[in-house]
Design a protein around this ligand. Structure first.
Ligand code: GLN
Length: 536
């Protein structure tokens, strides 16, 4: 019998400040290892006491990313999937609340047999269990620890990865620490002291970093590496300078150029292989090219101040644009400015070649979004509706055809004209976590449809996150409203895709295609939309 090779672990922590791009770094390392033929998984450990990201405010925390198996996760999972071009599962997302809940449930179930239940060793053992489980079957498992070293909240995760090193053997583990190098313009100097202190904090918690990734605004002088090495004890060839990039997709190539991937494989005792980065180089080339045409897209949405709120939608639009050799200009149209009955959205939308209405929850901005869809139908402007965008599209079509009372459960649950309504099993669950229609569902497309034309196949699977559905009581009316249901779930007969009849491109889905979009190929729905916008 051939002995099974142990999974290798890479732990990614961060220090000095938050927001350094630990997720992008972890995803980039995964990208480079996959390019070498290794089977790689990624996992995000978040110190929040929430059980999952489904209940977090997307305005502050950014988008809630959904996995194929219906986990509501942190947006870093989206980066992971896009950089790895793989579908991750619930196991890749671990929030502190989930582990705490498990420990407390086990305690109530008598599983601790009279022990005092403590952070160490019980909570840390439970965390390790989740990490080891997620790592099963992979050559390399990369674990990102959310937060900043020194935070009170992330201590139990840091302690867990320290203990895990002892458990699986330090030669099967690599600790990567991200730090920040501030630049003082007065003295024209890159300062390393905060980074040194952060490594000292990490060592104080029992972890000696093997690799340092030093982020900075501008490219720092190479002499910084010597200094960092001297003061932190990390070898010079294991220190990477990572200045801001034009596109996040450049990061894997910058890391590759630094030679760090070989340092990593060597440290972990993995064979040295040449990476196949051809496709990724193409992505970076497209992502950083200034094309001679630009497509202007309006995103009619609620939140104006944080691009992370619609991260996957934006990445999907960007990729579709560059695969069509065009620059993309996204402009926000603040939906709620047009909620009032007499507010007119048409002037604000007149300058765009395409309109997107992304997902959303709650009442604010709904009337504005319906108006945007009504405008798109009347003016035959390409329209892409994503989840809520489908619901608004159906209401818009009904209202344009004269059913002015057409509405949705979110606006008026008592109405007799709920063309969008909740399924019986969703009633009363509005404020609860993990109860929506989540994750993968099948969809069968009509052969003679725009949807089939863009997908090029009849059966598709896409991810969901919503409570509302097209009310099938009104489906016979669709034709009179100038739309049709061109995608249906074959198992529960719910509408998955609608499209405009006699429209150049009015396409909307109850699912979120953005979660399966990738930078290395345009997703059919986004590709079709960008092409239609370019044709306008
Ligand atoms: N709020 C709508 C619903 O719950 C749409 C959700 C979404 O866009 N993700 O059905």
């Amino acid at each position: 019998m051939v002995a099974k090779k142990p999974t290798k672990y890479i732990f990614v922590t961060g220090g000095v400040i938050s927001g350094l791009g630990k997720g992008i770094t972890a995803a980039s390392i995964a990208n480079l290892l996959k390019a070498r033929g290794f089977k790689v998984n990624l996992q995000k450990c978040d110190p929040y006491l929430n059980v999952d990201a489904g209940t977090l405010n997307p305005r502050e925390h950014g988008e809630c990313f959904v996995t194929w198996d219906g986990a509501e996760t942190d947006l870093d999972l989206g980066h992971y999937e896009r950089f790895l071009d793989d579908e991750l599962s619930q196991a890749s997302s671990l929030m502190a609340g989930r582990v705490l809940l498990k420990v407390i449930q086990d305690e109530r179930a008598g599983k601790y047999e009279g022990d005092d239940v403590q952070i160490i060793p019980h909570l840390t053992a439970a965390i390790q269990q989740y990490i080891i489980k997620a790592a099963e079957g992979y050559d390399v498992h990369i674990v990102e620890i959310g937060g900043t070293v020194g935070d009170y909240e992330s201590l139990s995760f840091i302690e867990s990865i320290r203990e895990l090193g002892l458990r699986v053997g330090l030669d099967n583990c690599l600790y990567v620490h991200l730090v920040y190098l501030p630049f003082l313009s007065a003295s024209q100097e890159t300062k390393t002291k905060p980074a040194q202190n952060s490594v000292r904090d990490l060592r104080g918690l029992g972890i000696k970093p093997d690799v340092l990734v030093a982020r900075s605004e501008k490219i720092a002088n190479d002499s910084v590496i010597k200094k960092l090495s001297l003061f932190t004890g990390v070898e010079e060839d294991a220190i990477v300078l990572l200045p801001n990039a034009t596109s996040i997709y450049q990061v894997p190539l910058t890391l590759e150029d630094s030679g760090i991937a070989n340092v990593i494989t060597k440290h972990l005792g993995l064979p040295t292989k040449k990476p196949n980065l051809k496709q990724w180089q193409e992505v970076v080339k497209l992502a950083t090219t200034n094309f001679d045409k630009t497509v202007n897209i309006a995103v009619v949405a609620k939140y104006m101040d944080n691009t992370d709120t619609y991260l996957s939608v934006f990445e999907a639009l960007k990729a579709a644009a560059w695969w069509n050799n065009t620059n993309l200009k996204i402009s926000w149209v603040k939906a709620e400015d047009f909620d009032a009955e007499n507010a007119d959205i048409s002037t604000d939308l007149a300058k765009f070649e395409g309109i997107v209405v992304p997902g959303g929850f709650g009442v604010r901005g709904l009337e504005g979004k319906i108006k945007a869809a009504q405008y798109a139908l009347k003016q035959k402007v390409p329209y892409l509706g994503l989840c809520l965008g489908l619901q608004m599209g159906v209401i818009a079509a009904a209202r344009n055809a004269g059913l002015s009372d057409a509405t949705t459960f979110e606006l008026n649950p008592q109405s007799k004209f709920l063309v969008i309504n909740t399924m019986a099993d969703q009633v009363g669950k509005e404020m609860t976590g993990g109860t929506m229609r989540l994750g993968n569902y099948n969809c069968h497309l009509e052969k003679d449809s725009l949807a089939y034309k863009v997908y090029g196949k009849l059966d598709i699977v896409e991810r969901h996150r919503h409570r509302g559905e097209c009310n099938n009581d009104f489906i016979d009316k669709f034709k009179d409203w100038g739309i049709k249901a061109s995608g249906i779930n074959p198992d529960n007969h719910l509408v998955e895709v609608i499209e405009g009849i006699d429209q150049p491109f009015f396409l909307a889905s109850q699912f979120h295609p953005e979660f399966k979009a990738r930078p290395n190929r345009a997703h059919p729905m986004f590709d079709g939309f960008i092409k239609a916008a370019l044709n306008r």
